[in-house]
Ligand binder design. Structure first.
Ligand SMILES: Cc1cc2nc3c(=O)[nH]c(=O)nc-3n(C[C@H](O)[C@H](O)[C@H](O)COP(=O)(O)O)c2cc1C
Length: 365
């Protein structure tokens, strides 16, 4: 679970304080934010280089936007390595999300490599620290539609429009998601979605009752464009449809008004206005399986973007162990581990999140 769209009282108070602030001094922060976003999301240049490929990889989804990756470009392949200084040990004690995030980046890197005529084959060294090698040998260029969506994919943590997606769109989503040995269960039946909503609410309540969970979440929230552009990571409130405010006001309001009841109401509204849900289940509960689940999600998310759909994670059901067991029995998947739950639907565009500079994530071994 991450920051949600509207915690009613939190937002109402924030809205007053933020409008004061907006008239005062956010201009420069927002300009800087937009400038960085334009730069990180620019298309591949005419003569792209390895750094352009890495930039596309970093636009992948990743838990809490901690960007827990490093890219070793010193060999013939591009290798993706975990950056354990960017773990989120409370929500993700076994680094499942961390490795899944590397999988998301690997998928983007693979698609971008093919788009410039490099192989992009992915190999996972699951025996060590989970290094992922993305082959850069020359091959036929292939600019896929999924590649074209890398710069615009984003998660949208808001209520959607409530309409269904057409069958051909659902078929494409299923095709994209069922990749790399991952089974993606699509749920569009409203009664089934309600059952998953119950699990989300149970998990969310448990998480928000845990001060360590809330503190870790808050650590990664960026309350204004200036903070977001300084760190270029974390969960910027505006990206979740929330108002911005100076750090000390945002932090105080968060402590005072962030409540599980309003968060649960938001999740209910968000799931009930979604066209459907996908549950991703990799074939093994291992580093390799987690990475593959990330790759499959990233393909789903890029395909959804191509088809004009928004999506966001509702992972409380897989992050809280008791809820995960309930989800396993609801899906009838025995002891197979569900990796993520994602909802999708039609909705408006929100500001996009930032990424750190490529220079900050490159290493030479
Ligand atoms: C493994 C993984 C777990 C995630 N879990 C959640 C989650 O529980 N709730 C949520 O709102 N977003 C979740 N996200 C989405 C990230 O917060 C999001 O990708 C990140 O903030 C960057 O934003 P962007 O995807 O819009 O670029 C998750 C992403 C990944 C890859």
């Amino acid at each position: 679970m991450e920051i949600n769209q509207s915690r009613r009282r939190f937002i109402a108070t924030m809205a007053c304080t933020s409008s004061m602030y907006l008239t005062g001094c956010t201009g420069a922060g927002e300009d800087r934010y937009n400038e960085i976003n334009t730069q990180i999301r620019s298309p591949l240049p005419v003569s792209p280089d390895t750094l352009d490929l890495v930039r596309h990889a970093t636009l992948a989804a990743n838990g809490h936007n901690t960007q827990p990756w490093l890219f070793d470009v010193s060999r013939s392949n591009i290798d993706i390595l975990p950056d354990f200084t960017r773990r989120t040990p409370i929500v993700d004690p076994d680094d499942h999300h961390l490795y899944a995030s590397l999988g998301c980046a690997a998928e983007n890197l693979s698609l971008a490599s093919r788009a410039i005529g490099r192989s992009g084959e992915v190999a996972i060294d699951a025996s060590g620290d989970g290094r992922i090698e993305v082959d850069q040998s020359p091959t036929t260029q292939y600019v896929s539609s999924l590649f074209g969506a890398i710069t615009s994919r984003q998660v949208s943590r808001i209520a959607y429009e409530g309409r269904s997606a057409p069958l051909d769109t659902l078929t494409r989503l299923q095709f994209a998601s069922n990749s790399y040995g991952v089974d993606a269960y699509m749920i569009t039946d409203k009664a089934q979605m309600e059952k998953i909503l119950e699990l989300v609410i149970g998990g969310n309540s448990k998480q928000l009752d845990d001060p360590a969970f809330v503190s870790e979440l808050k650590h990664w929230i960026r309350f204004n464009a200036e903070s977001a552009s300084t760190t270029r990571d974390g969960l910027y409130t505006a990206c979740s449809g929330n108002p911005t405010s100076p750090d000390f006001i945002g932090s105080t309001m968060f402590n005072l008004f962030f409540s599980k009841d309003s968060a649960n109401d938001d999740y209910a509204a968000q799931i009930r206005t979604s066209s459907g849900l996908f549950v991703f289940v990799a074939d093994t509960d291992s580093l390799e399986g987690w990475i593959n689940a990330g790759r499959a999600y990233e393909r789903f998310a890029l395909q959804a973007t191509v088809d004009g759909l928004k999506h966001s994670f509702v992972n409380q059901t897989v992050e809280v162990v008791e809820q995960r067991a309930r989800l396993q029995s609801l899906l009838g998947i025995g002891s197979d581990r569900p990796n993520f739950v994602v909802r999708f639907g039609y909705g408006p565009e929100l500001p996009k999140s930032l990424r750190r500079s490529v220079d900050d994530v490159i290493v030479n071994s």
